[in-house]
Design a protein around this ligand. Structure first.
Ligand SMILES: [Zn+2]
Length: 67
């Protein structure tokens, strides 16, 4: 049985286009920040959500509700 791939998604909009910010400050003690690439969302913060790849759509629908 294959391992299910996990992906990072935005906790606000559920987009999988979340990126880790690289801080130039010399490293440790600096909390990582994650950015959502979705322009309508614009999330940035210290957390992301990790879901299994085949559940990403479900997660996104749960966040956005029925459209
Ligand atoms: Zn987002």
């Amino acid at each position: 049985m294959e391992k299910t791939q996990k992906i990072r998604v935005c906790p606000r909009c559920g987009s999988s286009q979340i990126r880790e910010a690289k801080t130039s400050v010399s490293g440790w003690l600096v909390p990582k920040t994650y950015y959502c690439s979705d322009e309508e969302c614009g999330y940035s913060g210290p957390v992301f959500v990790e879901v299994e790849a085949d559940e990403a759509d479900k997660f996104k629908r749960a966040i956005n509700g029925d459209k």
